[in-house]
Design a protein around this ligand. Structure first.
Ligand SMILES: C[S@@+](CC[C@H](N)C(=O)[O-])C[C@H]1O[C@@H](n2cnc3c(N)ncnc32)[C@H](O)[C@@H]1O
Length: 212
């Protein structure tokens, strides 16, 4: 089982080198996610904002609130915002994705890139994303999507106990999202697109239906 204390410990170590390791590797999905967010516009919550590596990709017309459980990752994000003068960043707050301190419907976009499979209870986090999203808004995720079956699934399962100690899940089949969606009658999946490297990740977009 992933524990928040392990996630914090892991990202305390990652913080100084995170951008060097994951900067270029995930640049393309980050650009695609930012473009999808720009099409919605308005106020964006970036969950697991980390070092703020995605912040420069967002349209300056968006207003961004970033949250993260790791103080060390957030400290890097704050430095980035200050040094680059990123005026579209409204706030950066230490907060748990599974317990968001925002009112219902307070964001036009909820973004989480490489985050959902690092939280102890992904369903609780996804429920919170849906709660703080306004009707007509979008949840945009870039996430690990594991194999549904076959040898790749077996490898991912085998690696699970090892990567779990790093606060990560190798195994994360799409059916987990489908099961969650089944409990969210106001949400619809609008896009699922494979992302590099090797299609091991996906860009997922969900919209919240306006009941009126
Ligand atoms: C793989 S990094 C992704 C960072 C950034 N989103 C990116 O695109 O590079 C995962 C981030 O999620 C944060 N995180 C993990 N669990 C969290 C939780 N329960 N609540 C908020 N942030 C969390 C970690 O501290 C870390 O900064």
């Amino acid at each position: 089982m992933i524990r928040t204390q392990d996630v914090k410990r892991s990202y305390r170590r990652w913080a100084p080198v995170y951008d060097i390791v994951f900067g270029k590797l995930f640049a393309h999905p980050r650009r695609e996610a930012a473009e999808a967010a720009a099409r919605v516009g308005g106020r964006l919550l970036e969950v697991g904002v980390g070092t703020g590596i995605a912040l420069t990709a967002y349209a300056p017309s968006l207003s961004i609130v970033g949250i993260d459980v790791s103080r060390e990752m957030l400290a890097r994000a704050r430095l980035r915002v200050a040094s680059l003068g990123l005026a579209h960043v409204e706030d950066l707050i230490e907060m748990d994705a599974q317990d968001l301190a925002f009112p219902d419907g307070s964001f036009d976009v909820v973004m989480a890139q490489y985050v959902v499979n690092t939280v102890p209870d992904p369903d609780a986090a996804l429920d919170e994303f849906a709660r703080v999203l306004r009707p007509g808004g979008e949840i945009i995720l870039v996430n690990r999507v594991g194999a549904a079956a076959g040898p790749r699934r077996a490898v991912e399962r085998g690696l699970q106990p090892i990567v779990e100690r790093l606060g990560w899940r190798s195994e994360f089949p799409f059916e987990r999202f489908e099961r969650w969606l089944g409990r969210q009658p106001s949400l619809r999946l609008v896009e699922r697109r494979a992302m590099p490297p090797f299609g091991h990740f996906a860009l997922l977009r969900f919209t919240r239906i306006d009941p009126s």
